[in-house]
Design a protein around this ligand. Sequence first.
Ligand code: CTP
Length: 129
Amino acid sequence: MIIITFGTFDLLHIGHIKILERAKSLGDKLIVGVSTDKFSIEKKNRKPVYSENERKKILESLKFVDEVFFEESFDKKREYIKKYKADIFVMGNDWNGKFDEFNDICKVKYFDRTPSISTTQLIEKISQV
Ligand code: CTP
């Protein structure tokens, strides 16, 4: 089984680790679409702290991540799912229902987010020190 997931994964934290670990446990190969800096700014109105190349390299070094590619836009998700022949599409439940349209080509699963942590919260916490 091939699993695919997407995200910015800036300032990698325990919530990211848990969803990636859980996604990999569903199959044999985990492929991650990491948002480019440009796409991330469009989504979050903020430039990521780590560059796209740094975020890609960090994800590639995780033992449960098999392959990482750059995600350039929401519109290309269907194309990426097909290109990487993904059987299962995983996202956190902040996206609940948003990607159900892909159920025609793969199984769409939403995992509960890890409570009380996000990149946004981390940035706020660090900037208060
Ligand atoms: N995620 C999670 N638990 C968290 C934070 C993120 O499961 N506490 C998941 C998201 O649901 C998504 C993936 O990790 O599937 C990548 O999320 P991303 O947006 O990069 O991380 P956030 O910490 O949510 O970033 P931000 O605060 O900038 O929105």
